[in-house]
Design a protein around this ligand. Sequence first.
Ligand code: KIV
Length: 290
Amino acid sequence: MSTTGDRPAKVSLPELAQLARDGRPIVMVTAYDFPSGRLADEAGVDIVLVGDSAAMTVLGHDSTVPATLDEMILLARATVRGARRPLVVGDMPFGTFQVSDEETVRNAVRFVKEAGVDAVKVEGAGPTLGRVQALVGAGIAVMGHVGLTPQSATLLGGFRAQGRTAEAARRLLADALALEAAGCFAVVLEAVPAPVAARVTEALSVPTLGIGSGAECDGQVLVLHDILGLYPGRSPRFVRRYAEVGDTIRDALERFAADVRDGAFPEDEHTYSIPDDELAEFEAGLERRA
Ligand code: KIV
């Protein structure tokens, strides 16, 4: 790994392409703030996605749709401060790339300049293809996303796997190829049957990043809160939970609350001293005032 001073160099697009060519899986994870960005960096992940899943995991909405560009920029700016080595990708929220090429570029430029992300991600193909071309033309690296695209879950009939008929699989492959032709440096495949994702990965020369799309993709991405067990409720079937951090946090908070209520916290070691003579003078002053 090359370095800039004592700071590790940022993961580059050619490095990601090389990992895929070498058959070494690319690791991508979502992060939404300084500590999660820093921990992802320390764990050696290649790409950090400031996903619009933040609308659900961080902001408590029922879907990703309500996320605003201002909210995403705030979260991404903090994440970028923590994630120094991984490539940081900002997810363009719903409404920021649907209206026109010009507005899309203006919004992405804000993401890059105000948050410091290295690239942006957009969902879908079709009308999104022109937007990708406009963004790449403006000098912004773009990650595509096909299969289950949560921003259009209503149109897709809900949060369900995509590409499960021959016709749907053909369309999905065509969309992924079109995103590559439009200039995407990588494409997320979400909830796509593993054999279909494998064919798409074979057909594309840019890396694919799978989420619920089998082991043949060039890399894998999961949502941080799913990995950590920090999001309430049942996880999708493609998630493996590596920790139950939610339980750990709740237990710590319960013990803190109990200690405060029992008088077991704070103890002397958690407080600061004042020299005896200073305290005596302070108290004498109080008595005089009384
Ligand atoms: O917003 C997000 O977290 C995503 C990933 C699921 C790829 O788009």
